[in-house]
Write a protein that binds this ligand. Structure first.
Ligand code: NAG
Ligand code: NAG
Ligand code: NAG
Ligand code: NAG
Ligand code: NAG
Ligand code: NAG
Ligand code: NAG
Length: 446
């Protein structure tokens, strides 16, 4: 996870910043082809991993989401430069990622090769970034490789550059993950092939991959989300405590909360707040519309999302629906969503059963296809994602706490069959007891 720190600091900050003392040499796994060359760990990065030595304690700052103003990009503006090494596909994914973020937050990216502090997008055999704007300033690298050029991977690295660390390094992660230190390093060779289509900033040292921040180094402004673009995939050394999330970990799609973290950290706002429904917020990039959680759309997030979506009206009897979809002939560069938007009268509760899936590719992070039945009270959070038939979930009845209740199909390759049935029962979800997520005041059924 700290590959970004190693590289960016070894190449730039080390020679520019007198504060940073001589580095520790790391021999990364050359056999994997993932990490090339020896990488120098600066004093500062050493301290992040192993705790501060006396000499650097005083210069430390809070780190998971950096609140330290000089770690933020002033005016939410990120000047950047393209390195000539970028291939068309890596450049494309970088551009898509910048567009994605700037369409949903107040962050602006501006190509400016004269800015003193700027991001240099560069082609590498792997992906990495520093966390936030470096303290030293100057040019900081964001490396993108062909193997990690999915738009989601580029967004992952850009979110690091904006100040966000990995989800599994949050100080509350032990409430959500089982970490097995006795397997550290042992399984790493085995897990790397399965990560080959992600090839994100994964290190050949699990001590570093699963390092945890403290609450004095970082602050959390969104709930722990297994489906975050900032979460590592599940592997032998880490398992979700809620096993139903096993396939969710490692998806390289950006969630609503991933963008909320940036909006909150950069204090993005609009002069007038719209009355957004279903947990949506006024879009800081376009104050005349709401930014909606996945599965919701329309100006106020009370309708089907734009693009591939289909509306269903539930009845008191089960209705069956079956769809065959996907592209047997090509791979898309990212997962696409198809939303099955189920509505029922306001005073009713929706139920959904998945009755059959065929043609899905089982993988951690559901890299090729999957489905998500949104039914939890918080309409903003990613619910468990599935793509394996090993999970005995067929015909599980989901009694949804939201209405409308979207079922989201994901695909980027192959052709899949998905079948479900849905109905409503008595009971108004609006009458359920409510809570907030402790990070903001939006209330939803428990
Ligand atoms: C894992 O590898 C790193 C780097 O080689 C080493 O520092 C660390 O002690 C190892 N951890 C375990 C538990 O073997
Ligand atoms: C802003 O949102 C409105 C309402 O959805 C839309 O009509 C308009 O085209 C958007 N403007 C931009 C610049 O995207
Ligand atoms: C709905 O279910 C009820 C009883 O479960 C049954 O009597 C009725 O015929 C069903 N209606 C339809 C349209 O299937
Ligand atoms: C439920 O809502 C429907 C219309 O959506 C209305 O006709 C009905 O009277 C309502 N029932 C109760 C018990 O509120
Ligand atoms: C799920 O239920 C449907 C309808 O009752 C049935 O046809 C199907 O065989 C069931 N699927 C499994 C996997 O049990
Ligand atoms: C969340 O709810 C609790 C309990 O109702 C309340 O004390 C707290 O202020 C709320 N948090 C926010 C951020 O609104
Ligand atoms: C179910 C589903 O999402 N199908 C879509 C898969 O992606 C292609 C292209 O993006 C769409 O055409 C399908 O509708």
């Amino acid at each position: 996870m700290f590959l970004y720190l190693f590289l960016a600091f070894s190449l730039f900050s080390l020679c520019q910043n007198a504060q940073i003392e001589e580095g520790t040499e790391w021999n990364l796994d050359k056999d994997s082809g993932l990490f090339q060359g020896d990488i120098v760990l600066s004093k500062e990065e050493h301290d992040i991993i192993y705790g501060p030595s006396e000499s650097t304690k005083k210069i430390r700052s809070r780190r998971q989401i950096r609140v330290d103003p000089n770690r933020q990009w002033p005016g939410a503006l990120v000047p950047f430069e393209y390195h000539s090494s970028l291939t068309p596909s890596t450049k494309f994914s970088i551009d898509q990622a910048m567009k994605y973020i700037s369409a949903r937050t107040c962050i602006k990216f501006k190509e400016d090769i004269t800015a003193k502090d700027r991001v240099l997008f560069i082609f590498r055999g792997y992906c990495y970034s520093t966390i936030g704007k470096t303290q030293a300033g100057g040019v900081q690298e964001v490396g993108i490789g062909d193997g990690c050029s999915l738009t989601g991977n580029s967004i992952h690295e850009q979110l690091h550059a904006l100040g966000i660390t990995h989800t599994q390094s949050r100080y509350d992660r032990d409430d959500y993950l089982i970490i097995k230190p006795e397997l550290f390093n042992v399984s790493i060779k085995d897990s790397i092939p399965s990560l080959s289509s992600l090839l994100f900033d994964f290190q050949s040292n699990d001590e570093v991959n699963f390092m945890k921040y403290t609450d004095t180094q970082t602050y959390n402004n969104i709930p722990y989300e297994y489906g975050s673009a900032m979460h590592y995939t599940a592997q032998t050394v880490s398992e979700p405590k809620q096993t139903v999330y096993r396939e969710t970990l490692g998806i390289r799609l950006v969630t609503f909360y991933d963008m909320r973290a940036i909006q909150e950290n950069y204090k993005c706002s609009c002069p007038v707040e719209l009355d957004c429904k279903n947990g949506g917020v006024t879009n800081p990039a376009n104050c005349s519309e709401c930014f909606c959680p996945a599965g919701f759309g329309g100006k106020l997030c009370d309708d089907v999302p734009r693009g591939f979506s289909k509306k269903f009206v539930a009845r008191s009897n089960w209705s069956d629906f079956e769809i065959t979809f996907g592209f047997p002939w090509l791979d898309e560069s990212e997962l696409k969503r198809l939303t099955l938007f189920i509505e029922a009268p306001k005073n009713k509760t929706i139920q959904v059963q998945v009755t059959n899936i065929e043609g899905y590719t089982c993988s951690s992070g559901c890299l090729w296809n999957g489905y998500e039945v949104k039914h939890m009270g918080d309409p903003r959070i990613m619910n468990p994602l599935f793509c394996c038939t090993t999970q005995p979930l067929w015909n599980t009845t989901y009694t949804s706490k939201i209405n409308p209740s979207p079922v989201i199909l994901y695909n980027r390759s192959g052709q899949q069959k998905f079948a479900m049935r849905y109905r409503y029962i008595d009971g108004n979800v609006a009458d359920l007891p409510k809570r907030n997520n402790t990070y903001d005041s939006f209330e939803y059924p428990i």
